[in-house]
Design a protein around this ligand. Structure first.
Ligand code: 13P
Length: 285
C-alpha cells in the first residue's frame, strides 16, 4: 500500500533531515504531475487539498484518484486536508478516507484553538489519521482566494506553540514565522529566531506554509531547524496557467482538450521536481 499517514512521512523526514513537499491539487492533470515528479525522483510526497479544492473534486473522488495513482507509481504518498476551516469540515474528511487532516483554528483565541484541535485529534487518531495544527496566522502575501490578507499575518508566539503542542497532541504543526500564502510582494524574511525556539521547545515535526517564492537557501536552513513538510501551491498553479495560456494562444481552433492541457501538465512536473529537490526529499522513497 503506497498511502501512508503524514506522521509516518514526517517522522522519517525529521530523522533524515529533509522535508516532504506537499502540493495542493484540484484536478487530474495536476495530481498526475505531482505523482509523476515524485516517482521520477523517488521521493515521498503529500497530495493536499483545501476545502474549496475538496469540494471542487469531491472528497471521495480525490481520495480514489490519489490512491490509484500512488499504487501505480509505488512511492509513499500522503493524502491531506489543507486548512480545515471547521471541526465538521475536517472530520468529514475522515469519512472520505484522508490519511491526514489539518485543522486551522489559528484565527481563534488560543484557548478555543486548543479546545477544537484537541477534539479533532481525538477523532482523527481513533481512525489512524494524522493531525496538523496551526498557531499564529499565516496570511496571504497578496489578497487571495482564501480571503486572507497580508495584514492578517501574525507571528507565532513560542510560549503559545509549546502549550498548543503539549495540550492538543497534534502530530505536526504550522507556525507563522514570517511566511505567507501566494506571491510575496517582497523577499520574505523568515524569523529563524522563532523557528529555533520552536525546535527547542517542541519535539514534533514543523510545517512551513507559503513555500512559493521562499529562496532555496532559506528553505534548506528551515529544514535543518526541524521543518519536515513544506507546502507549495501558487507556484504550480502559476506555471500551469501560464503554459495553458500560451498553448491556447498558439493553437487557435484546436478542439482536442488533451493536447491543450498536456503542456501545462509537463510544466507542473518540472516545477514539482525543482521543489522536491529544494526539499532534499529526492531518493528518500
Ligand atoms: P503557496 O501558495 O504560497 O505556495 O502556499 C501553499 C500553502 O501553504 C498551502 O497551505
Amino acid at each position: 500500500m503506497s498511502i501512508v499517514t503524514n506522521k509516518e512521512l514526517l517522522d522519517r523526514a525529521k530523522a533524515g533531515h529533509y522535508a516532504v513537499a506537499a502540493f495542493n491539487t484540484n484536478n487530474l492533470e495536476y495530481t498526475q504531475a505531482i505523482l509523476t515528479a515524485a516517482s521520477e525522483l523517488r521521493a515521498p510526497v503529500i497530495v493536499a487539498a483545501a476545502k474549496s479544492e475538496v469540494d471542487y473534486m469531491d472528497g471521495y473522488v480525490f481520495v480514489s484518484m490519489v490512491t490509484c495513482l500512488a499504487d501505480k507509481f509505488g512511492i509513499p504518498v500522503g493524502i491531506h486536508l489543507d486548512h480545515g476551516p471547521t471541526f465538521e469540515e475536517t472530520i468529514r474528511c475522515l469519512h472520505y478516507g484522508f490519511k491526514s487532516v489539518m485543522y486551522d483554528g489559528s484565527f481563534l483565541p488560543l484557548e478555543e484553538n486548543i479546545a477544537v484541535t484537541k477534539e479533532v485529534v481525538k477523532a482523527a487518531h481513533a481512525c489512524g489519521v494524522s493531525v496538523e495544527g496551526e498557531v499564529g496566522v499565516i496570511g496571504q502575501a497578496a489578497d487571495g482566494p482564501e480571503g486572507r490578507r497580508h495584514d492578517m499575518t501574525g507571528l507565532a508566539d513560542p510560549d503559545e506553540c509549546e502549550r498548543f503542542v503539549a495540550e492538543t497532541g497534534v502530530d505536526c504543526f504550522a507556525a507563522a514565522i514570517g511566511n505567507a500564502h501566494g506571491l510575496y510582494k517582497r523577499k520574505p524574511e523568515l524569523r529563524f529566531d522563532i523557528l529555533a525556539e520552536l525546535e527547542k521547545r517542541t519535539s514534533i515535526p514543523l510545517v512551513l506554509h507559503g513555500g512559493t517564492g521562499i529562496p532555496e537557501g532559506d528553505l534548506r536552513k528551515a529544514i535543518t531547524m526541524g521543518v519536515s513538510k513544506i507546502n507549495f501551491s501558487t507556484v504550480m498553479r502559476k506555471g500551469y496557467i501560464e503554459t495553458l495560456t500560451a498553448t491556447l494562444n498558439g493553437s487557435p481552433g484546436e478542439l482536442d482538450l488533451m493536447k491543450l492541457l498536456s503542456p501545462g501538465k509537463d510544466r507542473m512536473i518540472e516545477i514539482a521536481k525543482e521543489h522536491i529537490v529544494m526539499c532534499m526529499s529526492d531518493r528518500k522513497a
